[in-house]
Design a binder for this molecule. Structure first.
Ligand code: ADP
Length: 327
């Protein structure tokens, strides 16, 4: 074998096995990758189909899933959206559960006091009080007051439940809000006078101001706000509650403004929550259920309108709500 022939043979024996090895390696790599990908794809298809089934609402027919598209990307997108939905739903259910627990706790707490009071009065009467003319009437009157409080709580709860379950249907009609305010003021005139509070209009509203709303519900709103202005007036001096109306293009703004004890800023954000009271004992002593403002807010929001409050401790409080204006 000559030198040239020897060198050629040596090169050949090195390169051929090297090329074959590399080729085999690359081929098996792609084959392996293809097999694994097929395997994963098949598994993911099953998951994707399952997600599709789970996402369907009751009674909805399953849609056919196009498996020729980029399934990995679609799965990714769907899983993300699905996880977000589930998280939001869990959050919502948790809030609902907390709300339910808190609500039940509040209701039983509110009813417990009058029930125990009634029990106490009846026991005293049965244990001889009935024959004692000095106390029998007083105790019966006190028991009656507690029953009245329970009735108020239950009635207010009923209204709130009707609003929240969507059972309460508004009967909107055109009416004069000035006239309604005047009627409401005169219906509680007696209680206002007893507490040294004057109920007045801020201006002379000689012409009618027409709004479209549920007359009875709005009467309840005005009445609740007026009664509150009487309940939370200053202990001494003359109280004054003014009602005013402002034209705001599409709406009429109604304001009920008092010069009572006022509300500290920290209470304002929670004021419309059910059973929220600034001064628990004062509210209970004067027969408050802690539900009045919550009902007011429900009524105004059911009209798709807004209510707000501004207040300064020692100076007074103004509640303002809007109503749809009509010609
Ligand atoms: P309540 O039956 O206790 O009056 P509301 O829901 O009507 O319940 O009011 C919630 C709380 O808001 C009251 O307990 C009171 O502390 C406060 N509040 C409401 N209106 C006034 C007002 N005009 N002036 C001062 N405080 C008020």
């Amino acid at each position: 074998m000559g030198l040239t022939e020897y060198l050629f043979h040596k090169q050949y024996t090195i390169w051929v096995p090297a090329v074959v090895t590399v080729f085999t390696f690359v081929l098996s790599f792609f084959l392996f990758q293809y097999t694994v990908e097929r395997f994963i794809y098949r598994k993911i298809k099953v998951i994707y189909k399952n997600i599709h089934q789970l996402k369907l609402k009751k009674g909805q027919k399953p849609k056919s899933v196009d498996l020729n598209t980029d399934i990995i990307a679609a799965v990714n997108k769907d899983v993300e959206a699905w996880a977000k939905d589930q998280k939001e739903e869990i959050e919502y259910l948790k809030n609902l559960e907390n709300y339910r627990r808190e609500f039940l706790g509040n209701v039983s707490h509110e009813l417990k006091t009058p029930i125990f009071n009634i029990q106490g009065y009846i026991m005293t009467l049965l244990e001889g009080g009935l024959e004692d003319d000095k106390i029998n009437r007083t105790y019966l009157e006190r028991a009656e007051k507690s029953v009245e409080r329970m009735v108020n709580i239950v009635e207010d709860l009923e209204i709130i439940t009707q609003f929240e379950s969507g059972q309460l249907i508004l009967h909107k009609e055109k009416f004069d809000i000035v006239e309604l305010a005047r009627d409401t003021m005169s219906s509680i005139q007696y209680s206002a006078e007893k507490n040294n509070v004057r109920l007045v209009f801020k201006d002379h509203y000689e012409k009618p101001i027409y709004v479209k709303a549920d007359r009875e519900a709005i009467q309840k709103v005005i009445s609740n706000l007026l009664v509150n202005s009487i309940k939370y007036c200053k202990p001494s001096g003359i109280g004054e509650t003014k009602i005013s109306f402002y034209d705001m293009d599409e709406n009429i703004l109604v304001e009920v403004s008092d010069n009572g004890i006022g509300i500290a800023q920290e209470h304002i954000p929670r004021l419309f929550e059910r059973f929220y009271r600034v001064d628990r004992s004062r509210s209970r002593d004067i027969g408050g259920t802690g539900l009045g403002l919550s009902i007011v807010k429900h009524i105004i929001e059911a009209h798709n309108q807004t209510i707000n409050v501004r207040s300064t401790v020692g100076l007074g409080t103004t509640f303002g709500f809007t109503l749809q204006k009509v010609k």
